[in-house]
Write a protein that binds this ligand. Structure first.
Ligand SMILES: Cc1cc2nc3c(=O)[nH]c(=O)nc-3n(C[C@H](O)[C@H](O)[C@H](O)COP(=O)(O)OP(=O)(O)OC[C@H]3O[C@@H](n4cnc5c(N)ncnc54)[C@H](O)[C@@H]3O)c2cc1C
Length: 401
């Protein structure tokens, strides 16, 4: 990507971003006096449904503010509204963002971190022009329609069918665990187009309008009480060929690009989100009778590992930001780090971890704990990711399939 002339230095850029963000939301109080103030939610995957509409509206306002200040897509191509700066500037913006109380951007994880790079790699120029600026500004919200009741880890075994009908396709099947389908405008859907070909070779991807006739979206209730993902039924849904992403029967390469980017995003976010580590440090300061040696050790270990996780992922992305199979390791590290955070919080809180006393910032940690099993499964299970690392990073013999 060509960098725009007159690019600011990194420090000037940081100052510019900090000024723009301060105009939207105040900096988090660094002396940690914020204990007891505001929302005490501790969550890494969307686990609650109440307040969703308000959160989405706030997020849209924030994204519009970023676009207005030329910060909507710092490392994106200028022809799609990006600023054409190197990836280090986008990382700098994330760092600046982590110092402010901003709307939850989990709603955009798929649109921005997964679909955007996938469209850059596989979309036609017309598709890129039509969708990329809208995805970045949160004007268009997207979800992923991959998993099915009979196809998860072995995604290529999916059954949803797409049959050509002139300039259109007709899609029929069922998707499941589709995060955010109920608030999304479009879904990246993979379907079987050549049933007679080997399973990876007969698949095609489409960006489907979720208000199309024949689509039914049903929420799935979760352990935490929320319903952040859905079942999506497709019954003879007409999708124009202009909505096809990539070549006919080559949908698998689109899926591989998107999954690599998804894992990279999960790995990157944990490293960057210092706020969660700070929350744990705050909890240690406020819980029980103060910090004993054991608690101090546990919290310090989490903080050091979070820092190391961030540097590890940054190193993986050093070569221009294209994620490879080693990003599976980033997600594995992130997941294990969240487990350690949850265990440490549970130790610090004792019964307060499972009984809601009404005390700010205590029982709230149960949401992280209850969300952990989902984190270990979504975006590739731990077992599948270990296979990826073994086979594609360490070149070990292939898993028996
Ligand atoms: C929070 C969350 C969000 C999600 N969001 C989405 C979404 O937006 N869109 C979407 O399409 N899907 C989504 N999913 C679904 C997710 O991608 C699948 O659940 C996942 O791929 C696993 O598939 P499965 O549930 O069918 O389990 P299975 O594939 O049936 O696996 C069951 C168990 O067997 C193990 N296993 C399977 N194969 C192997 C193997 N070869 N070697 C060793 N162990 C193996 C797995 O690790 C797992 O423990 C989400 C899931 C979660 C939890």
């Amino acid at each position: 990507m060509t960098q725009q002339s007159g690019a600011p230095g990194l420090e000037d850029f940081r100052a510019e971003a900090a000024a723009a963000l301060s105009a939207f939301a105040p900096r988090r109080n660094e002396d940690r006096a914020q204990w007891g103030v505001g929302d005490d939610r501790v969550s890494v995957v969307a686990e609650r449904s109440e307040g969703e509409a308000e959160e989405l509206a706030a997020l849209r306002r924030y994204r519009a503010h970023l676009v207005e200040h030329d910060l909507g897509w710092v490392d994106g191509p200028a022809e799609f509204g990006g600023r054409g700066l190197p990836a280090a500037y986008a990382a700098a913006l994330r760092e600046v963002e982590s110092a402010h109380d901003l709307p939850d951007d989990g709603y955009l994880r798929f649109s921005v971190s997964t679909l955007t790079p996938t469209l850059l790699a596989h979309g036609t120029p017309e598709q890129q022009q039509a969708w990329l600026p809208r995805l970045r500004s949160a004007d268009l919200l997207a979800c992923q329609l991959y998993s099915e009741p009979g196809a998860g880890s072995d995604l290529a075994g999916l059954s949803t069918r797409a049959v050509r009908d002139g300039n259109d396709w007709r899609l029929t099947g069922q998707k499941v665990w589709s995060s955010g389908a109920h608030y999304s405008d479009v879904g990246l859907c993979i379907a079987r187009t050549a049933p007679d070909r080997p399973k990876h070779a007969g698949l095609t991807t489409f960006l489907v309008d979720l208000d199309s006739p024949g689509i039914e979206i049903r929420p799935i209730r979760q352990l935490t009480g929320g319903a952040s993902f859905d079942e999506v039924f497709l019954n003879d849904v007409v999708v124009p060929d202009s909505r096809r992403i990539g070549e006919v029967d080559d949908g698998w390469s689109v899926v591989v690009t998107s999954l690599l980017n998804e894992r990279s995003a999960i790995g990157t976010e944990v490293g960057v989100d210092e706020a969660l580590v700070e929350r744990l440090v705050d909890l240690a300061r406020h819980a029980g009778d103060g910090l004993d040696e054991r608690a101090r050790d546990a919290v310090a270990r989490v903080a050091a590992r979070a820092w190391a996780a961030r540097l590890t992922t940054a190193r993986f992305l050093e070569d221009g930001g294209v994620p490879g199979p080693e990003l599976a390791l980033s997600k594995l590290i992130a997941t294990d780090l969240f487990r350690e955070m949850s265990d440490t919080a549970a130790d610090l809180l004792g019964a307060g971890h499972v009984v809601d006393s009404g005390d700010w910032g205590t029982y709230a940690w149960s949401e992280l704990t209850l969300g952990l099993p989902g984190l270990r499964v979504g975006g590739g299970t731990d077992e599948i990711l270990k296979n990826t690392v073994g086979e594609r990073v360490l070149n070990l013999p292939k898993d028996a399939r």
